[in-house]
Design a protein around this ligand. Structure first.
Ligand code: MBD
Ligand code: FE
Length: 291
């Protein structure tokens, strides 16, 4: 069977799915423990002051205020809050966290992670359709610590868009688990993953996030990327993405999540395939190593 040409999955489908998957992920149920009253008072008060300031500075009108309310209601009804917040806000939260993280640069998680991907032993081929479109890619490397020692027991949770820019689990035409895997590295932290190069991702233009982007005259694109969570016992996991040298939108990612250290330059292996090496560096996790 060859991969069908992609019908456009609806914004409603992908947005609503992102909200459902966010809600069903246990680690997101931090609502009552996440912040003290003092923290809520400080952060929310200043957030509101910032909004008030913008309204005064730009003399925002009643019709504009009501349009903003309608739009927010649509974002909620369409299930696009994870999409909107991960595209326009998460990069700053990640920047704050990154100030305390050494080793491989992290970047945003985004709305399309799904826990529970198939466990695969390196060398591994990600689950894909027969005749999956796209340039085959071999992605190999080693997980080490800050001193350069190999890290045993490392796992690479990897997920990516296909050659049409769609993620399994968020586009109804794709088989469950397509291009997602939890790859277990060898005892020396070495891994080799066989996949295809992803295409750039476009925010669905028919949903409220896409409509806002269009109304503002911005573009809706993210450069092609692989998503990864690299973890190992007693080490701090890193959530990151890897991009492709020379790719479109690298300098204007709508989600502002590109970092120069995260750009791969795969080499053509001469037979229509490509290969690249990238090593990950993890910090020891003080929380799990403290005596
Ligand atoms: C994506 O694929 C993505 O990675 C982010 C951060 C936001 C929207 C779509
Ligand atoms: Fe993505």
């Amino acid at each position: 069977m060859t991969a069908p040409t992609a019908p456009s999955p609806t914004a409603a489908g992908s947005g609503a799915n992102a909200t459902q998957s966010f809600r069903s992920t246990d680690k997101n149920r931090g609502g009552d423990t996440a912040a003290s009253p003092e923290r809520v008072d400080t952060v929310v008060r200043e957030l509101l002051l910032a909004v008030h300031e913008v309204i005064r500075r730009h003399e925002v009108t009643y019709p504009e205020f009501q349009a903003a309310k309608s739009w927010m209601i649509e974002v909620g009804e369409g299930g696009e809050w994870p999409l909107f917040l991960d595209v326009f806000v998460e990069h700053v939260v990640e920047e704050v966290q990154a100030a305390t993280q050494q080793g491989t640069k992290g970047t945003i998680l985004g709305p399309y992670y799904l826990p529970g991907a198939s466990r695969l032993t390196s060398p591994a081929t990600l689950p894909m359709r027969d005749g999956e479109k796209g340039t085959p890619l071999v992605f190999a490397g080693q997980v080490r610590d800050l001193d350069g020692n190999p890290v045993a027991g490392a796992e690479i949770d990897i997920w990516q868009a296909d050659d049409d820019g769609y993620y399994s689990g968020f586009a109804p035409h794709l088989p469950e688990g397509n291009l997602r895997g939890l790859v277990v590295a060898d005892d020396e932290g070495r891994f080799e993953i066989h996949t295809i190069q992803p295409a750039p991702y476009r925010i669905p233009t028919d949903g409220p996030t896409g409509k806002l982007i269009e109304a503002a005259g911005w573009h809706p694109w993210r450069p092609a990327h692989l998503h990864l969570i690299v973890s190992a016992p007693a080490h701090r996991a890193v959530t990151t993405q890897l991009y492709f040298s020379g790719g479109q939108w690298l300098d204007s990612d709508v989600a502002e999540a590109v970092k120069p250290e995260l750009v791969l330059d795969p080499q053509d292996t001469g037979d229509g395939n490509s290969r690249v090496e990238y090593d990950f560096v993890l910090e020891r996790d003080e929380a799990t190593t403290a005596a």
